[in-house]
Design a protein around this ligand. Structure first.
Ligand SMILES: Cc1cc2nc3c(=O)[nH]c(=O)nc-3n(C[C@H](O)[C@H](O)[C@H](O)COP(=O)(O)OP(=O)(O)OC[C@H]3O[C@@H](n4cnc5c(N)ncnc54)[C@H](O)[C@@H]3O)c2cc1C
Length: 411
């Protein structure tokens, strides 16, 4: 069982490939595009102990009509994709209960508490330390009501031992002078880091994988060649790729590959947008998250990146760049020094499941297939720990985290 093919070279697949290589497997990593070019390219770059809060929390159902039918809402559904997203959306609504939300938060936290330890050896070995900073994450609020609406999520973090430091708008401006005078409250989450270039980080890790003897292939996988014992080869537009074990880590595109092997999961694309402003005068030491406006501002190597929007639909539908213009408008309210530049818009599909937990498991009917997808808003953060766990599964070792909450057959 020494030859492994990892399908998908995003943050998750690349970290799986590296951990499998470290475990002594002969690893091939196949992607139809360059490493990191999918959702992993354009995210906000944040990773740390901040993201245990799932999408479905108590009170969500009350907010749904405004979310879905207000044209300015940051949460939208592509109605023509409804047959594809329906199972996901109804699952999220069903999960908007305290006991489910708390269980999801526990399971998210169980992964995120290992994220720095899991990343450290990969980042060090690849020489990628200069792409990572540890300055925390600052949540900013313009109204008392906005802060009050965050209370449930902040307490959820505190109950799990995550550091949460509240401060005034003035104190926040001392830390980040580019913030607007309209900011009244802020919350620092100090146990958070960020990368200043998510795409380069994945590429640097992938180059290290190749230097270590890994094979990087450029091809689109469309199915598997089956035997009585399960798949023997992946079939692609580049030919046939034989292996003893397979890892499906194709992000938001994983559902059809998994379905070929009898695994049917309500995975959707939660399409997010960014705009990058190369000439912005506003710079920040750490990512700024404005929950009232649903946008994040991160100073990247290439300029100021503004991210936001959750548009549920197909990963392959054309982007609606009006969404990107909307988040830019919010960014200018939060940091007036942002330049007039239109910026370069981007869209990427977050791979999302109704309980805000990824699938990290063996395919139920095919023990030589491992599944590693569905990391929604935290795929960069959880990539390395996912890779470590996948390598433990491939070696048939006891996983260092209890994988019960991430099983494929839970839906
Ligand atoms: C606006 C925005 C902000 C975000 N901010 C953060 C953040 O601050 N922190 C964080 O942790 N996460 C964040 N995320 C989420 C994070 O980016 C994703 O969870 C993560 O990138 C998912 O990684 P992945 O490797 O699973 O998927 P991807 O990066 O999408 O990789 C999947 C790969 O599979 C390949 N592929 C697909 N189908 C096939 C096929 N059939 N054959 C071959 N190759 C195939 C694709 O080409 C792609 O390269 C954000 C996302 C968005 C959109």
């Amino acid at each position: 069982m020494r030859r492994i093919l990892v399908i998908g070279a995003g943050a998750v697949g690349t970290c799986c490939a590296l951990y499998l290589q470290r475990a002594g497997f002969a690893v091939s990593l196949v992607d139809r595009d360059a490493p990191g070019a999918g959702c992993s390219a354009g995210n906000s770059g944040g990773f740390g102990y901040a993201s245990c809060v799932p999408a479905a929390v108590p009170g969500l159902r009350r907010r749904v009509p405004a979310m879905l039918f207000d044209r300015r809402s940051p949460v939208t559904v592509r109605w023509r994709d409804l047959p594809r997203t329906w199972r996901f959306l109804s699952g999220v609504l069903a999960n908007a209960r305290r006991e489910v939300a708390e269980a999801s938060a526990d399971a998210r936290h169980a992964l995120q508490r290992h994220l720095f330890d899991a990343y450290a050896p990969l980042i060090e070995a690849a020489g990628a330390g200069h792409l990572v900073e540890r300055e925390g994450l600052l949540l900013v609020y313009e109204t008392d009501e906005g802060l009050a609406a965050s209370r449930y999520g902040l307490d959820m973090r505190r109950r799990r031992g995550i550091a949460v430091e509240t401060m005034s708008g003035d104190e926040a401006r001392e830390l980040e002078p580019a913030l607007s005078p309209s900011i009244r409250h802020a919350v620092m989450l100090p146990q958070v880091g960020h990368t200043t270039d998510p795409l380069l980080l994945v590429r640097t890790l992938a180059e290290h994988f190749v230097r270590g003897g890994g094979q990087l292939l450029r091809a689109r996988v469309h199915g598997f060649e089956m035997t009585e014992d399960g798949p023997r080869a992946a079939l692609s537009d580049g030919g046939r790729h034989e292996a003893d074990q397979f890892v499906i880590a194709a992000g938001a595109w994983s559902a059809s590959l998994a379905a070929d092997l009898g695994v049917r999961v309500p995975l959707v694309a939660e399409r997010g947008y960014n705009v990058e402003l190369a000439g912005s005068k506003a710079r920040f030491r750490r990512p700024i998250n404005a929950p009232e406006r649903h946008v994040v501002l991160t100073s990247m190597r290439s300029g100021l990146r503004v991210t936001g929007i959750a548009e549920f639909g197909s990963p392959d539908a054309a982007p609606d760049f009006r969404q990107a213009r909307r988040i830019l408008h919010h960014a200018r309210s939060l940091a007036p020094a942002i330049c007039d530049e239109e910026g370069v818009p981007w869209m990427g599909p977050r791979p999302s499941l109704p309980d805000s937990l990824p699938i990290i498991d063996r395919a139920p009917r095919h023990p030589n297939v491992l599944l590693a997808f569905g990391h929604d808003q935290v795929g960069l953060a959880l990539a390395a720990i996912t890779g470590k766990l996948v390598a433990e599964l491939a070696q048939r070792r006891r996983p260092s985290v209890d994988l019960t909450p991430y099983r494929a057959d839970r839906f």
